[in-house]
Design a protein around this ligand. Structure first.
Ligand code: PLP
Length: 371
């Protein structure tokens, strides 16, 4: 039983990863306690914002940071900071950015949908996305020649959602930005390294709190002190509609401490063991093939990929789409990753599974294949 089944909703087996549509991640007792304690006292929010920013900065190696309600808000508020430079009359005028330089250059293969379209977050902050190159190939000249006196930043999205081949790499895009005196901004929402991109010279890096960190619903942007100062000012303008509460912020800070103390190698090993177990047991079901694959973006995440074994009698007349529909049907409902369903593949991400889930997945798949 969970609070969700108690109000009449089906039990969810999340084998798809840190997905917003399933509630992203679960919080530990430590993070929950910090959030509860944070919610039970008053604080001067401007002071909390500044102090939390200093503490986040210590975890990232950045000059400063600012808590946000999620990574999407971090992107929108960063764009707003770059468009307004924190000038008060412009801050309170947004989202009307008429007459202000506001172009954000992004590689076409990075202009992705992650649950919402990336260009929407740029526009939300008063920016105009300028997509350069083609979906499967961008060259440095595509970026360089798109820079005008209206450009306010170059934006790189580090994500498995992006086209991985044919894009301009981080260092090259950073160098182009800096050669033109422009800030280099990154979206690293689901990344697991909170220092790497600041160390690489990014001026602003946006993260999600609930993904790798397993924090309360939250996010943050870290980077150059002058830009972060302009980000904070947005809370008196468009940021009000993206308010981040004191309890969310305290949960985020606890999650950062927890993350630094965790044994990530042991977790990755456990994750690989679980993916291997699933591949063995799912692969043994008549009509299915299964193998262990690594995350497309190269993170230390292993998943179990499942396809139909076309030669098997049990697979006749079945499609992977029908198998996936049957997994979603009923109670518990099983959610796989379906990014490659169009190619006849589904993936199980073992990270969000709780005790007993993987056995239930195999059981349900067996029944589906026998039907
Ligand atoms: C999840 C994600 C986001 C949004 O993160 P939220 O915290 O849910 O707003 C942005 N960009 C990428 C690449 C993501 O994967």
């Amino acid at each position: 039983m969970s609070v969700y089944t108690e109000i009449g909703l089906p039990r969810v087996i999340n084998a798809s990863g840190r997905m917003t549509k399933l509630g992203v991640s679960t919080i530990s007792d430590r993070v929950a306690a910090a959030a509860v304690a944070g919610g039970q006292s008053y604080v001067v929010i401007d002071d909390l914002m500044k102090r939390a920013g200093e503490l986040i900065a210590q975890h990232t190696g950045a000059e400063d940071a600012c808590p946000t309600s999620c990574a999407s808000a971090a992107i929108a508020l960063s764009v707003a900071a770059l468009v307004t430079h924190g000038r008060w009359s412009d801050v309170v005028r947004l989202p009307d950015a008429h007459g202000l330089p506001n172009e954000i250059i992004i590689q076409k293969g990075h202009s992705v949908e992650y649950g919402a379209p990336m260009p929407t977050m740029i526009r939300l902050g008063g920016g105009v996305p300028v997509e350069v190159g083609c979906a499967n190939e961008v060259v440095p000249a595509d970026i360089e020649e798109a820079i005008t006196d209206k450009t306010v930043a170059l934006f790189y999205v580090k994500s498995h959602h992006c086209v991985q081949k044919g894009m301009v790499d981080i260092e090259t895009m950073r160098d182009i930005a800096h050669r033109h005196g422009l800030p280099f901004m990154m979206d690293c929402a689901a990344e697991e390294d909170f220092r790497k991109y600041i160390a690489l010279g990014a001026d602003l890096v946006c993260y999600s709190g609930a993904k790798a960190l397993e924090a309360t619903t939250s996010g943050f942007v870290c980077g150059r002190a002058d830009i972060i100062d302009a980000v904070r000012k947005q809370y008196h303008g468009i940021g009000r509609a993206m308010k981040v509460g004191k309890e969310q912020i305290m949960g985020l800070l606890a999650a950062l401490d927890q993350y630094d103390e965790r044994d990530h190698e042991a977790q990755a090993r456990h994750n690989l063991e679980c993916a291997t177990w699933l591949a063995e047991h799912v692969g043994a079901i008549d009509g299915l093939n299964a193998e262990v694959i690594q995350d497309e973006a190269g993170r230390a995440i292993w998943r179990c990929r499942v396809t139909l074994d076309a030669s098997a009698h049990a697979a006749q007349g079945k499609t992977m789409t029908a198998v996936n529909d049957a997994l979603l049907d009923g109670d518990p409902t099983v959610w796989a990753r379906t990014e490659f369903l169009n190619l006849g593949k589904i993936d199980f991400d073992p990270r969000p599974l709780v005790e007993g889930d993987k056995e239930l997945i195999v059981e349900k798949l067996k029944k589906i294949m026998e039907a």
